[in-house]
Design a protein. Structure first.
Length: 257
C-alpha cells in the first residue's frame, strides 16, 4: 500500500486523493464524449462534474459519519477530515442530488444526461476503489488466498500477520467490466434512462456480492466496521428497483414526434 507519495517540500500528495481526482477527470472525459454523441453541449459537462464531485464527497462522508457516530463523538476532527471514510451510497445520493440542481439550471434533458453519466460513474468508481486499495481501507475478510494482502498502515490497520482479501481491487475490476457492458449495450438500448438503469442494476449486484467477502465485525481484533448489512440490503434494493425501471423504460410506448 502507498497512502502517500514522497513529500515535495511542505507538500504531501495522498494517493487516495490523487486517485479520486483522476477518477473525476476520467469521468468527465467519458461524459464529455457521451454528451457529444447524444447531441448535448459538451462544454456544460465541466460544471456538472464539479457539482457531482462536491455532492458525492459530501454525501459519502455524511453517510459514513451516520454509520460511525461513535468515531465522530470520540474524535470529530479526524472522523470528518480523514481521507478515508467515504460510503458509496451516500456519494451516489449526494452526487445525484447536486447534479440534479445543475441539470435544472442548464435546462438539460434528464434522461440523456443520466445515461451519459452511466459509463462516467463506472470509470470514476474504478479509480476511487484503486485509491482505497492504496490507502488500505475497505478491505475484505481474513484470507490465505495467494493474492491476499496485509495493510499494516491501513485505515484501520490489519492485525499483525493477518492477510485479507483485496476487495477494493475486486470492485475496481468489476467496475471496468461494468463500463464495458454499458458501452456495449448502448447500441441496443436507445431509450432515455435505459443506460443509467443498466448501470445501477450491475453496480447493485456487484456491491451485493462483494459484501460477502468484505470484512465483518468480530473477524479481526481491534478492527470494526459499521453498516455492512445496510449496504448489502441497499445494493439489492437498488438492483431490483433499477431492473424494474429498465423494464418499464423499454416497454413504455414511444413518444410520438
Amino acid at each position: 500500500m502507498y497512502p502517500e507519495f514522497p513529500s515535495i517540500g511542505p507538500f504531501t500528495v495522498h494517493t487516495f486523493g490523487l486517485m479520486m481526482a483522476l477518477g473525476f477527470v476520467a469521468a468527465g472525459v467519458v461524459a464529455f464524449f457521451e454528451f457529444k454523441r447524444k447531441g448535448l453541449d459538451p462544454e456544460k459537462i465541466y460544471w456538472l462534474v464539479i457539482a457531482a464531485a462536491i455532492g458525492g464527497l459530501l454525501g459519502s462522508k455524511i453517510n459514513y459519519l451516520l454509520l460511525n457516530l461513535s468515531a465522530l463523538k470520540a474524535d470529530p476532527v479526524s472522523a470528518i477530515f480523514s481521507g478515508g471514510g467515504l460510503v458509496w451510497y451516500g456519494g451516489l445520493i449526494g452526487g445525484v442530488a447536486v447534479a440534479l440542481l445543475a441539470i435544472k439550471l442548464y435546462h438539460l434533458p434528464w434522461g440523456k444526461v443520466f445515461d451519459a453519466g452511466a459509463p462516467a460513474m463506472a470509470i470514476g468508481y474504478a479509480f476511487g476503489r484503486i485509491g482505497c486499495f492504496l490507502n488500505g481501507d475497505d478491505y475484505g475478510r481474513p484470507s490465505t488466498l495467494p493474492w491476499a494482502v496485509k495493510f499494516p498502515k491501513g485505515s484501520p490497520p490489519t492485525p499483525p500477520g493477518v492477510s485479507v482479501q483485496p476487495t477494493e481491487l475486486y470492485e475496481a475490476f468489476s467496475s471496468l467490466v461494468i463500463l464495458g457492458i454499458v458501452l456495449w449495450l448502448r447500441r441496443y438500448l436507445k431509450r432515455d434512462w435505459a443506460m443509467i438503469c443498466v448501470y445501477l442494476v450491475l453496480a447493485g449486484v456487484e456491491r451485493f456480492l462483494v459484501e460477502f467477502v468484505r470484512f465483518h465485525n468480530g473477524e479481526m481484533p481491534g478492527v470494526t466496521r459499521q453498516g455492512q448489512w445496510q449496504q448489502q440490503y441497499l445494493a439489492l434494493a437498488t438492483a431490483v428497483a433499477a431492473a424494474a425501471a429498465l423494464v418499464w423504460v423499454q416497454k413504455r410506448p414511444a413518444k410520438s414526434s
